[in-house]
Design a binder for this molecule. Structure first.
Ligand code: FEO
Length: 403
């Protein structure tokens, strides 16, 4: 092994031995302008235990970090908390290098790892069970759909430490390993972006998991996720933030996102914005010519209204809007009011497509779609302003009185 990488001590028995991916800018459709990390952890008990591995191109970085603490051949056990390839594609090579006595995963994890790597020989751990490995007790908690069906978390009572795989993670490459070392604005932004783009569809399961952790009485002083920084201070902050995002309580913020072809839909969007702001809403406008779908979803996470606009193109909707709304539909944001708008030359089908998307996202539709032909004139602009005012008024009611 030619390159040197240092492990980072997390507690007296646990080291971070993951990899930093400064270059990744797209994570299955989610833009990651600040890169990411694939975190793995080493437990130095009487035997050495590795928690998770890393994405395959970073496998040597992982073992180099292990080597800064102990000979990698001392790894006796590997626990795979999550089979998605960002955490497991390095696993077959790591197994080949260190030849562990046992590799453990959840019941579904066994099948997934076999499906990916055709690698039987993994041992199953049961939900809620505690196993003593190398003099260390570890408790396994199945967390299906956070983020995949196989996902589980591993709790280490002696260190009051939770290995939370994707939970409490974020795509943020940094030389700092701990959340309290990161500028808090950056931390909040990337935490929200990860939640909106990865975890939002599973918000009800996340609430149950958080409640379950409370009910189990687990004392947690450190949360070690599989992406981004480690949480070791003020853990109520990330936990309560998750509760808040799961609830998606509507706020007075509206997101207007649109595509435009020759500028008419953009004129409409700006007039709608003007109407909404006059009526007291906080508005963010995201033109799809310069925004991306994962930013739109992140802004929607803490919004109460969603307005979508498109010109009619070839009897349908503009491709960037179809992209964004298809993506958003899968992430299931909820508790939104909204409406669709657009411009057209001679047929005008786009607004119906947009409206259908809003219905599928279960947006409370405040107004019939506003569909204007060619370039909005003064009356058209006034219609847009009133349209914006109407959505803002309903948003205000929802925020004040509940939906
Ligand atoms: Fe980071 Fe679901 O993998």
């Amino acid at each position: 092994m030619s390159r040197h990488f240092e492990a980072v001590k997390v507690t007296d028995k646990v080291y971070w031995v993951g990899a930093i991916d400064w270059g990744i800018r797209d994570f299955h459709g989610y833009t990651t302008p600040r890169g990411s990390t694939y975190n793995a952890y080493l437990i130095m008990g009487d035997d050495v235990i590795l928690i998770d591995t890393v994405r395959e191109p970073f496998k040597e970085e992982l073992l180099a970090r292990v080597a800064s603490v102990t000979d990698p051949k001392n790894v006796r056990y590997i626990i795979s908390n999550h089979s998605e390839p960002d955490h497991s594609s390095g696993l077959p090579w790591v197994i080949d290098q260190v030849k562990p006595e046992k590799v453990f995963a959840s019941k579904v994890g066994l099948k997934d790892l076999d499906g990916y790597y055709h690698m039987g020989g993994i041992d199953k751990v049961d939900n809620g069970s505690t196993m003593r490995l190398g003099g260390v007790d570890l408790t396994f908690i199945d967390t299906p759909m956070i983020h995949w069906p196989d996902s589980m978390m591993t709790y280490m009572p002696s260190q009051k430490l939770l290995f939370s795989q994707d939970g409490f993670g974020m795509h943020l490459a940094s030389s700092e390993r701990f959340a309290d070392e990161i500028p808090q604005g950056v931390l909040y932004e990337e935490n929200a972006k990860y939640f909106a783009n990865i975890l939002l569809p599973y918000k009800q399961l996340i609430v149950k998991l958080l409640d379950k952790i409370k009910d189990l009485g687990l004392e947690i002083e450190t949360i070690c996720p599989d992406h981004g920084p480690i949480w070791r201070k003020n853990l109520q902050v990330p936990i309560n933030t998750y509760y808040k995002w799961c609830a998606q309580e509507p706020t007075n913020k509206a997101v207007i996102t649109f595509a435009s072809m020759w500028g008419s839909t953009e004129i409409m969007a700006r007039a709608i914005e003007d109407g909404m702001v006059s009526a007291g809403a906080n508005v963010i406008v995201l033109p799809m010519k310069s925004s991306d779908r994962s930013v739109v979803v992140t802004e929607v996470l803490e919004a109460g209204a969603l307005l979508v606009g498109s010109p009619t193109l070839n009897n349908g909707v503009f491709p960037t809007m179809a992209d964004t709304l298809t993506y958003m539909k899968g992430l299931k944001p909820r508790n939104l009011v909204g409406a669709a708008f657009g411009s057209f030359g001679w047929s005008g089908e786009a607004v119906k497509v947009l409206n259908d998307y809003l219905e599928q996202i279960k947006v409370e539709i405040v107004s019939e779609p506003l569909n204007l032909q060619f370039v909005p004139d003064a009356e058209g602009i006034e219609q847009c302003r009133r349209f914006g005012e109407a959505v803002a008024a309903r948003l205000k009611e929802v925020v004040q009185n509940g939906a």
